[in-house]
Design a protein around this ligand. Structure first.
Ligand code: SAM
Length: 196
């Protein structure tokens, strides 16, 4: 198990507390979180998107890395109670200035973001983490592909634990000429795709 040495004492306490309710809030495990944090730093991502905030556990790890790259995170959740808990957790970790929280259906919000990007009101993304409704992964992909720069990364969680549900997503990426992919054998399976 990874340590939490990346974080100050206060943020470590928040993360340790959140790990007690990991199953209830469907959070990623600590090893996956640590890997995503490293991936953002290695890739030097600046403008990241998360689909599926829950209580903010993964968002804390993503935003911490984006603090290092002088980047920012936008994270989408449709369950208002979960979003408020996430916002509290982000501010307890002093990460609120690196995070924009969006409340609503990811499919609708991705359409809105697409229009904003087209109008030059929002920058395209260079890193996208998918961790919401497994049956919708394929629809997320169709909507995020135009929002992701060449050289950008997509990481999708639960691609081993929910292999059947995400099969159309995995097939679309595997057959797509513009994506290089690798399945990583973390607890739930993380499918990482580079847009080339
Ligand atoms: C697996 S949890 C996310 C866990 C979080 N990424 C973490 O590791 O801390 C998935 C979340 O996505 C939300 N969700 C599912 N489908 C959604 C949709 N279509 N639009 C917005 N949020 C959605 C659920 O309410 C849930 O809180």
């Amino acid at each position: 198990m990874q340590t939490l040495k990346e974080f100050d004492d206060n943020a470590q306490k928040v993360l340790l507390n959140l790990e007690k309710t990991q199953k209830e809030f469907w959070n990623i495990d600590r090893n996956t979180a640590n890997f995503l944090n490293m991936l953002i730093k290695i890739h030097n991502s600046k403008n990241a998107l998360e689909i599926g905030t829950s209580n903010g556990y993964s968002g804390i790890w993503l935003a911490d890395a984006l603090k290092h790259t002088s980047g920012k995170l936008t994270t989408i959740e449709f369950w208002d109670k979960r979003q408020s808990i996430a916002r509290e957790n982000f501010s307890m970790c002093k990460l609120e200035n690196f995070i924009e929280t969006k409340l609503g259906s990811a499919l609708l919000i991705l359409d809105e973001m697409g229009s904003e990007i087209k109008q030059g009101l929002r920058e395209p993304f260079d890193f996208i983490f998918i961790d919401a409704n497994k049956l919708e992964y394929i629809e997320y992909f169709h909507k995020i592909d135009p929002l992701l720069i060449t050289g950008g990364l997509i990481a999708a969680d639960n691609t081993i634990s929910h292999a059947k549900k995400v099969e159309p997503y995995l097939k679309a990426l595997a057959e797509h000429p513009s994506y290089q992919n690798q399945m990583l054998n973390f607890e739930a399976g993380l499918f990482v795709s580079l847009k080339i």
